[in-house]
Every structure is written in C-alpha cells, then in structure tokens.
Design a protein around this ligand. Sequence first.
Ligand SMILES: [Mg+2]
Length: 358
Amino acid sequence: MKITAIDTALLTVPTPQPMALQYPHHKLVVAQISTDEGIKGLGYSLSFNGGGAEAVHTYLETRLKPALLGEDPLYVERLWEKMFRVDMGVKKQGTAAYALSALDIGLWDVVGKAAKLPLYKIWGAANDRIPAYGSGGWSKYSIDDLVNEAQKYAALGCKYYKMKIHHADPAVNASRVGAVKKALGSGVRMMVDVNQNRDVLGNERQARLLEEYDLLWYEEPVLADDYDGYAAVAARIKIPIAGGENHYTRWEFKQLLDRRALHFAMPDVCRANGFSETLRIGKLCAAHGVQLTPHLIHEVSIHVVGALSNGFLVEYMDWAPPDLFQEQPECKDGLFRIPDRPGHGMTLHPKALEKYRA
Ligand SMILES: [Mg+2]
C-alpha cells in the first residue's frame, strides 16, 4: 500500500455553551490520508482555544506531509520515527508534536481499516466500555453554571466531575468546589485542575483547603517544565497528582514517573505525538503503577484506554459541535462504548470542511 495524497485543512469550530463563556472556539488541523488501495485515514489535532493551529498546519503541510507521501502507511512505527527525526534541530514539542499527532492518528486509521478492526482490538483489547468523567468548570462560570454543568454530566451517569481552580485566592476556589460537591452529593467524586497556575507553596496551601472533599486528583499543580516542582507538590500534599496534558513524549513522562510525581497520567493524543507515543507512555506508566486517563479527545482516546489494562477514564468535555463528525460516541450510564467501526471510527461530516474551514 502507498500513500498517494494527504489533504489538509484548518477548521475553526465554535464551542457549545457553557464552555463558550470561556473560549469562543477551538481549531482543528485535519489531515486526510489517501492510499492507492482506496483506503482513507482521518487524522486531526485539536488546538484548544485555537492557539498555534496555523503553525501546526504549516509544519504538517510543509515538513511532515512530504516525509509520508509514497510511503507504506502500514509501517506506522517506521514512519513515526521518520517524522520524529525530521528537522532534528526543532525540539519535538508543541507545534511539531501536534502535527505529527494528526498524521499518526491518520496512519492508524488506515491500518484499522485495512485490517477491518477497531484500533483497540488491533492493540490488544482490555475493555470495550470506557468510563468517562465530566470536565469543564471554567473560571468564568458562576456557581450556577458550575452546578448545572456538573449535574448535566451526572445525569449521563458520570461518576466523576472535574473543575478548574484558577482564582488567585485559594479560599474562593475551595468554596466553589464545596458548592459543587454539596450539589452533587456523595455519588460523584470530584477532581480539580490548577492548569500550572501555582508554585509549590501556593499548591500546598490550596490543597490543604480542599482535603475535606475527598478529591480523586489534583491536576497540573506547577509549570509542566518544572519536574522537581511536581515532585515537591506530590510529596507535600495529600491529594493524588494528575498531569501530562502538556508533556509530549515517553521521555518527558519518565521525568515525572522517576520522581514519583504522578499518580494519574494524562497524555493528549493530539499533542503527545499521536496514538503511537501515547500507547508507549501508557505502557511505561504501567511499570510505575500509574493509571492512564488521556486528556480530551474522548472520541478517539477511548481506543487507547480500551487497549491498556491500566487504562482508567476518558475526559468527557463536550467540545465538538454536533455536525463536525458523522457520528460521535454517546455517553450512557457514565460509559462510552467503543464503536466497532474499523480504525478509530470517526469520520468528518460531509459538510464539515466547507462549513468550518477557517
Ligand atoms: Mg487539565
């Protein structure tokens, strides 16, 4: 099989309410891989809030696409290495990793369709029903917005809800968490997300005020680059640490795992160099007793979680408009059932390119 064309596009997709209170849109870099056997693969990378998507699109189009044209798409491992080694002077994070991710996801879609199997089965299935946690809780939400969103996910059966704690005053964050916890009752466990916004002492103070809520995890306490800071927070607070949405490779996760700074790992398949590297990260985590709960992109991340015995939850943040994809997995009883369609099972809606092209 040979790759004959890769058609790329940059889409701007509006966010649904209430997320639109915080972010009006996201951008999607799309790569559709065509082959000489008629099999097509869809890859994409989600740029949350749209930042940097133009650079990702340009890097993919001008540097990685030429590396794949004419190659056999079934040799994903070899092609991953080839893409990762393009432009050795460019650090393989951010822009380059988002671009590589979109193509790796598209290559695996081709493999699944050629094998006529869903990806989680190709990778060695562990589960076909993946529990989801509701996620959102942005800082611009009022208490009512927070409670309404949390209850919407609870009504879908989600047993977990995650909210942001971005206020400069830790007491304000604690009271917002407390209000949501009270509304949700004991049937839903909560997590909080710092999004890298505090230092070690600030996290210690914040976490102490949250101890009474029996949180499942405390996410991204310090800058992703600050591995020793992560380790210090993990040693000082009583709530388990989650992180990884801004870590891009197995080597970066190794920094966290070696320091015992992580209890839940959250690679993002659109950032962490695609399905290939996310699976490697997941297996590395298994060696450290760390569970995998990928960041966002639940509609395809379910395959990764379904393939690994240390796969735990997917993050259900309702980011895509209903006419972006032909079909989206549905959350029932707090679970996504992985579709049996070959590949990752996602196809763009026939009118999506025309409607959302930037
Ligand atoms: Mg997060």
